[in-house]
Design a protein around this ligand. Structure first.
Ligand SMILES: *[C@@H]1O[C@H](CO)[C@@H](O)[C@H](O)[C@H]1NC(C)=O
Ligand SMILES: *[C@@H]1O[C@H](CO)[C@@H](O)[C@H](O)[C@H]1NC(C)=O
Ligand SMILES: *[C@@H]1O[C@H](CO)[C@@H](O)[C@H](O)[C@H]1NC(C)=O
Ligand SMILES: *[C@@H]1O[C@H](CO)[C@@H](O)[C@H](O)[C@H]1NC(C)=O
Ligand SMILES: *[C@@H]1O[C@H](CO)[C@@H](O)[C@H](O)[C@H]1NC(C)=O
Ligand SMILES: *[C@@H]1O[C@H](CO)[C@@H](O)[C@H](O)[C@H]1NC(C)=O
Ligand SMILES: *[C@@H]1O[C@H](CO)[C@@H](O)[C@H](O)[C@H]1NC(C)=O
Length: 567
């Protein structure tokens, strides 16, 4: 055997060189993408086969895939995530999330329900801001969406190859896992991306050095000569044309660059590639319905009230908005905790998922401020004590599945930079409230479990912790009870509801788009992102959004070129 060793090495070297050569020839390396530039450098008018609006979780994989065969323009309203240390490092997760500056990658908004929330404004979208948990959709979601299972599998794997890692559970996360098992969230399924009942460890987009990888990394798959990515490009309107008897078709967009100059991009005229290209809106659950409305597709009454000419009266645009409630309990710990974001999940049969994070900057996360001389000595003392206790703490939360309760979105004005008004109607339906209560009881069980005992002060009862958390969460719901002391789980769920940032709806499948994500009633326009969802897929949507971008890229390519292969 030893005799063959040098030959194997040479063969391996030749092969590695060949593969390296292949990769360099066909792709750019992040972050030095040659195809990425600020929109100020774009020409006033340009033509492409596909125009994608929104370089987020779904838009990046879609653009990378279509660029292999077509000329693609990807328009992103924010900047690049590369070089921003807040985004790159796990430990500064809360820095980005709470950055409220006008150019922050995290645009904050407050729903009409009074719950503070965030939308991504950066290339890579929510993958630049989130807690990184990577897990597949539940089988029911895939079945209801009518997706091709083989292509779903391949598309997930395409994502996993470049940006998904196995997390290393340390002391605090391990105690939560063992606590979940102790209270009966069984079986233990180990490390898996599959959505199955029980407790499991999922994937993460943070690597072993705790550096974040984002959907922008999927642009490494792009064909550099087929793709143009423009940053700080805000689309104001989609342009339509009506020719003869045929349906109205999307054929271009108007966007402004960072200096406020206007540009237009149009779909190329018919080419050797057969039919016309398309415009794809991947601007997220707030941005996509907003842009359809700005372009004249939406409820006629609402369009008229904004002074927008009605192109298509579509009452469902902006309907079915939903945000999965998150309710948490914060637990100060007597033993040191690691800095960790979501690494595992309890998938229960009670309509609730349990996740946990530890060691983050909770003071910043909850927006606590150091007391001033305006407050009384007693409140100052108690506030300082709480801040002290949060220095070494963890937080266990439950996400209500679905949810059943939904709301709607309307625009305040015609400014595409402004947040729309959105109402989620948290816990309007009793089923959601019951699921939250079920989840809180499981968390109570974990906190009281033997496995978790090193991470809770023995003198802190669950009621003390509920009371403390209730005073930390500062949403501004008008219906919020003003009691500062814990009363009941039902009241607690309502009063301390926050977001897990998995809001969806507004352009739902079957209502605004068909099962191929084509906008009903017009040609050459699709919406591909979380706004099409009826329910949030699996426990966390990012894997499925990236899968969907890849999946639809392959579907659209095959449709246009008459191909059948799935890679
Ligand atoms: C990207 O470009 C910068 C500046 O030219 C260089 O320092 C860096 O090494 C490059 N990164 C990669 C991954 O090639
Ligand atoms: C990092 O976060 C801090 C706190 O939110 C903010 O002040 C700073 O500007 C951020 N840095 C970057 C590069 O965004
Ligand atoms: C998809 O992958 C899972 C495992 O990752 C496997 O169980 C399933 O059979 C696959 N489905 C198809 C249609 O390939
Ligand atoms: C608190 O301090 C500010 C500035 O130092 C001062 O103007 C204000 O009068 C003080 N308020 C009280 C209640 O002492
Ligand atoms: C429990 O003990 C810790 C550590 O001494 C203390 O900070 C905390 O306030 C105590 N909790 C209660 C409810 O007294
Ligand atoms: C709580 O207090 C606020 C402000 O004082 C008030 O507007 C609101 O109606 C109160 N909520 C309840 C449920 O009493
Ligand atoms: C609940 O918390 C509030 C504010 O920190 C405090 O005033 C109150 O005494 C606490 N109640 C209980 C039962 O711990």
């Amino acid at each position: 055997m030893e005799v063959f060793e040098p030959w194997r090495l040479i063969l391996a070297a030749v092969l590695a060189g060949f593969l390296h050569f292949q990769v360099l020839c066909t792709s750019d390396v992040a972050p030095n993408y040659t195809f990425m530039q600020e929109a100020t450098k774009a020409p006033a008018v340009a033509y492409y086969d596909y125009i994608i609006i929104g370089g987020g979780t779904a838009g990046c994989p879609l653009a990378a895939t279509l660029s292999q065969n077509f000329r693609v323009l990807l328009l992103e309203r924010g900047g690049s995530p590369y070089g921003n240390q807040n985004i790159t490092n796990l430990a500064t997760f809360t820095n980005t999330l709470t950055d409220k500056s006008p150019t922050s990658p995290a645009q904050s908004f407050v729903s009409e329900d009074g719950v503070v929330n965030t939308r991504a404004r950066v290339l890579g979208g929510g993958t630049c801001l989130n807690a990184g948990f990577y897990t597949h959709a539940d089988p029911e979601f895939v079945q209801k969406a009518g997706l091709d299972l083989d292509l779903v599998n391949r598309s997930y794997r395409w994502v996993e190859k470049v940006m998904v890692f196995e997390p290393q559970l340390r002391q605090w996360q391990s105690a939560v896992r063992d606590g979940l098992l102790e209270v009966g969230v069984l079986p233990y399924n180990g490390y898996t991306f599959e959505h199955i009942y029980g407790t499991k460890v999922g994937g993460t987009i943070f690597d072993k050095d705790n550096h974040r990888h984002t959907a922008a990394d999927l642009l490494q798959y792009a064909n550099p000569s087929g793709l143009t990515v423009l940053l700080y490009a805000t689309v104001h309107r989609i342009l339509f044309k009506t020719k003869g008897q045929s349906k109205t078709a999307a054929h271009g967009v108007i966007f402004k660059d960072g200096a406020g100059n206007e540009h237009r991009a149009y779909l190329s005229k018919e080419t050797d590639k057969g039919s016309m290209g398309e415009i794809i809106v991947s601007a997220g659950a707030l941005g996509s319905p907003q842009l359809l409305i700005l372009s004249g597709i939406g409820p006629a009454q609402h369009l008229k009230s904004l002074g927008i000419k009605v192109l298509l009266d579509q009452p469902w645009v902006g309907q079915g908005m939903a945000d999965n409630p998150l309710n948490v309990i914060v637990v100060p710990s007597p033993s040191p905790v690691e800095i960790s974001l979501a690494q595992q999940v309890g998938i229960t049969r009670l309509g609730t998922y349990i996740e946990a994070i530890s060691g983050i900057d909770f003071v910043r996360f909850f927006g606590l401020t150091t007391p001033t001389n305006e407050t009384t000595p007693e409140t100052t003392k108690s506030a300082l004590e709480t801040i002290e206790r949060l220095q070494n703490a963890g937080m266990i939360g439950e996400k209500t599945i679905g949810p059943v309760s939904t709301g709607y979105l309307k625009l305040r004005n015609r400014n595409p930079d402004d947040n729309p008004m959105v109402t989620f109607n948290y816990f309007k339906e009793p089923e959601d409230l019951q699921r939250c209560i079920n989840g809180m009881k499981i968390i109570e069980g974990v906190i009281k479990s033997k496995a978790f005992s090193n991470f809770r002060y023995p003198n802190d009862t669950v009621e003390t912790l509920l009371n403390m958390t209730q005073n930390l969460v500062k949403n501004i719901q008008p219906q919020r009870s003003n009691a500062s002391t814990f009363e009941s789980l039902e009241q607690y769920c309502k009063d301390t509801v926050v977001t897990i940032w998995h809001y969806h709806g507004g352009c739902q499948v079957g209502r605004v788009v068909d099962h191929q994500y084509r906008v009903l009633g017009v040609d050459s326009l699709r919406v591909i992102d979380g706004s099409t969802f009826i329910d949030s897929p699996g426990t966390n949507p990012q894997a499925t959004l990236m899968m969907l971008g890849r999946y639809m890229g392959i579907k659209m390519r095959n449709e246009r070129l008459g191909r059948y292969d799935l890679d």
